[in-house]
Design a binder for this molecule. Structure first.
Ligand code: NAP
Length: 325
């Protein structure tokens, strides 16, 4: 089979499309023929070598995908050949193994895809929907009548957060940096959308939420730029969940005191397998009900993974970029 492998950490040119042996499923495992692979920003951080936990070289990047069951390992009984499934985490380890024509997963880590969901959409679920779910509910404890600001709503995690928040009956505000992105944010559940590149956009958000008290919850995709300003916008007793961050930031801690505010960080890698399983079961329900509908912005051939790594870090996010073998 063909896969993308990294033999040395570096820029996107280190992503090499090459022939490798097709993996074989072990006990309790399943061979998945991949239809599409989700490209997440963390794939680029790991590839660059600037990430906390790095895999041994060479490695196949990627944690998320969707496809069909191609073969069952000894004792695997939960699935049949040709079942349509999505996954987060392959048997090689959570952040690696998916940029390939085939991968092996533990059978308990596969989830059934409704017929209405394409492979591309299935590949967009793993990291983004679980991150958005954990941020909204496990970390921020969001519930009606809370108003949530998804600060960076046009990308993979942001779209998932908009859809999950609307499903749970929350008030939803979203930001994007482009006109197309704003259209997408409005179309995916935001009651109010505004550009994070516009002057005074934070004043508009605060005015729009809770009669000027501001949002109760902020999901933050770029904390190094926004965290101190988030504390200005936030409602009393509000919660900021730091999901994305690309540098250092100075904040005035007094703002947390005056509002009884909470700042909480989140890394999806810290979620236990049981926690993830509960989240994905609920996500499958949302897919079946048609309230969770992943949005694919770009489909890129697997052989051009380097282009996908450039795309996922470029401004003007529009849903999810996926690779197609
Ligand atoms: P993505 O698809 O590339 O989306 C990035 C989002 O950030 C877009 O909506 C983008 O908007 C927005 N953005 C750009 N500049 C911004 C600014 N100044 N203020 C607010 N938002 C801004 O990435 P993703 O997959 O959604 O992930 C988002 C971030 O969360 C990334 O940093 C990623 O590494 C991180 N993440 C963390 C975890 C975790 O476990 N903590 C899990 C998943 C993702 P425009 O492009 O329209 O400007």
């Amino acid at each position: 089979m063909y896969a993308v492998r990294v033999h040395q950490f570096g820029d996107p040119s280190v992503l090499r499309y090459e022939e490798v042996p097709t993996p074989e499923p072990g006990p309790g495992q399943v061979l998945v023929k991949i239809g599409a692979i989700g490209v997440n920003p963390v794939d680029t951080y790991i590839r660059s070598g600037r990430y906390g936990a790095l895999p041994a070289l060479p490695y196949v990047p990627g944690s998320d995908g969707a496809g069909v069951v191609a073969a069952l390992g000894p004792g695997a009984s939960a699935w049949k050949v040709n079942d349509r499934v999505f996954f987060h985490g392959t048997a090689s380890g959570r952040p690696i193994g998916a940029y390939a024509e085939f991968t092996v997963c533990d059978e308990s880590r596969l989830y059934r895809m409704p017929a209405s969901i394409s492979f591309g959409q299935g590949a967009a679920i793993g990291v983004p929907y679980a991150t958005a779910h954990r941020a909204l509910f496990a970390k921020a404890g969001a519930k009606p009548p809370d108003i949530v600001l998804v600060h960076g709503a046009s990308g993979g995690v942001g779209i998932a957060a908009l859809q999950l928040a609307r499903w749970r009956g929350l008030g939803v505000i979203g930001t994007a940096g482009s006109e197309d992105g704003l259209e997408l944010v409005r179309g995916n559940g935001a009651h109010f959308a505004v550009s994070h590149r516009a002057a005074l956009y934070r004043d508009q958000i605060q005015a729009a939420a809770n009669n000027g008290r501001g949002p109760d919850v902020i999901l933050e995709m770029l904390a190094n730029e926004n965290l101190d300003y988030d504390l200005d916008m936030l409602a009393p007793r509000g919660r900021v969940v730091v999901i994305g961050n690309r540098g250092r930031v100075e904040i005035d801690p007094r703002k947390t005191m005056s509002k009884d505010a909470t700042i909480v960080g989140l890394s999806l890698w810290n979620a236990s397998l049981d926690e993830l399983d509960a989240v994905y079961r609920e996500i499958v329900q949302g897919l079946e009900e048609g309230v969770l509908v992943p949005v694919i912005g770009q489909e890129i051939p697997l052989a051009e993974a380097a282009r996908a790594h450039d795309a996922v870090l470029s401004p003007g996010a529009y849903g999810k970029a996926v690779l197609v073998p």
